[in-house]
Design a protein around this ligand. Structure first.
Ligand code: MN
Length: 318
C-alpha cells in the first residue's frame, strides 16, 4: 500500500530530487543512485537528481548532481537511509512540493508526506530492491542501478554476515546478481586498500584500549590522521576493525573532525544496545550500530564511562 503511494508520487512528478545523509556510506549512496537510475530508466523524460557530496569511499558509485534552488519548485523530494531532519545532507530537501522518507533505521522523528520506515530491512538498498521486486510491472532495473544497490547491501550487511540478514536479503542479492555488473571490479572498488590505509589499521590493532567489561575503544585525534595521511571518514568507517574480538562486546571509535571542531563517535555492539547511548549524546541509529557528533574530547571520557557501565550491566544479566 505504501509502495503504491510512493509510485503514484513518482509518477505524478516531473522533477524528483533524492537526498542522502551526512557522512554518506555505500548504502546511502547506493540507494540514492540506484533509485535515481531506476526511475530514470523507467521514466526517461523525468528530471531525476541525486544531490549531496561523496566522500572518497563512495565516489565509484556514480556522479552526483548540482542543482539550483529553483529546481525544488514543484519537485518531489525523496530522502534515503536517514530518519531525522538533522542528519539529511543539504537542508533544501524541505523546499520540495512533496517529501518521501525511505529508511531502515528505528524511527525517531516523524515528517514528510510518506514515511516508509521498516527496520526489518538490512539496508536501505534492500528497500529499493523491494520496491522494484513488488512492482516489476511498473519499474525498470538496469545493470548500473543493480551495481549500486548490490554495493549498498554488501557493505551494510558486512558482506551478508550481520544478524540483520534475512532470507529476503539473500534472495534480493541473487536478483541483483542477474543484471550482469562486474562483481570483481565492484569488490575492488569497495574493498581494496592503499598501503597507508593498511598501516593505519595495523596501528589501530596495536593501540586500541579496552576494559575488563568488554568495551574496546580508540581515540583518533587529528595528529594521528595527519601522521597516517588518513581522512576522517576513512578512520570512522574502520570502527569494525574492532569487531569479532572474543573479549569485546561493544566497540567505539572517536574521530576528531578538524574543520567541524567536533568528535565523531561510532558505536558498535554485539550485545548491549547502544543507540540509547548515542541518543543521549545527540546522535542515533540502530540498536547495535549508532553514531553521534560531540563538541569536545571532554565529553568522550563521559561516553566511555557510560558505555563501560552498559557493558557491565549486560555481562551481569547474561
Ligand atoms: Mn543503511
Amino acid at each position: 500500500m505504501i509502495q503504491k503511494r510512493i509510485l503514484e508520487l513518482i509518477e505524478n512528478y516531473e522533477k524528483i530530487i533524492i537526498h542522502h545523509h551526512i557522512n554518506p556510506d555505500c548504502d546511502c549512496m547506493g540507494s540514492q543512485l540506484g533509485l535515481k537510475y531506476m526511475i530514470k530508466a523507467t521514466y526517461p523524460n523525468k528530471d531525476v537528481f541525486a544531490v549531496g557530496h561523496h566522500n572518497e569511499s563512495t565516489r565509484f558509485l556514480g556522479d552526483l548532481d548540482e542543482i539550483s534552488d529553483e529546481e525544488y519548485e514543484q519537485s518531489l523530494v525523496i530522502i534515503v537511509d536517514v530518519g531525522n531532519k538533522e542528519r539529511v545532507n543539504d537542508k533544501r530537501f524541505l523546499n520540495g512540493d512533496a517529501l518521501i522518507k525511505i529508511d531502515h533505521h528505528p524511527k525517531t522523528e516523524e515528517f514528510g508526506d510518506i514515511e516508509w520506515v521498516d527496520t526489518s530491512f538490512a539496508s536501505a538498498t534492500e528497500m529499493i530492491v523491494d520496491l522494484f521486486i513488488q512492482n516489476k510491472d511498473k519499474l525498470i532495473m538496469t545493470e548500473k542501478a543493480a551495481r549500486c544497490l548490490y554495493a549498498g547491501t554488501l557493505t551494510d550487511t558486512g558482506r551478508y554476515y550481520y544478524n540483520s540478514v534475512t532470507p529476503r536479503t539473500l534472495m534480493y542479492g541473487a536478483e541483483l546478481y542477474q543484471f550482469g555488473f562486474d562483481k570483481q571490479a565492484l569488490y575492488a572498488d569497495i574493498y581494496h586498500q592503499t598501503i597507508a590505509e593498511l598501516k593505519f589499521e595495523g596501528y589501530i590493532l596495536n593501540q586500541f584500549q579496552y576494559t575488563k567489561n568488554g568495551l574496546a575503544y580508540m581515540k583518533i585525534e587529528k595528529e594521528l590522521l595527519e601522521r597516517f595521511h588518513i581522512s576522517e571518514e576513512f578512520a570512522s568507517i574502520k570502527v569494525n576493525r574492532l569487531a569479532n574480538i572474543k573479549e569485546i562486546i561493544t566497540w567505539i571509535f572517536f574521530v576528531e573532525y578538524k574543520d567541524l571542531g567536533k568528535v565523531r563517535v561510532e558505536f558498535r555492539s554485539r550485545g548491549p544496545i547502544v543507540n540509547k547511548l548515542a541518543t543521549k549524546y545527540g546522535g542515533g541509529g540502530h540498536n547495535f550500530a549508532s553514531g553521534a557528533l560531540v563538541d569536545s574530547w571532554d565529553i568522550v571520557d563521559n561516553i566511555i564511562e557510560d558505555a563501560d557501565e552498559i557493558c557491565l550491566k549486560y555481562e551481569k544479566k547474561c
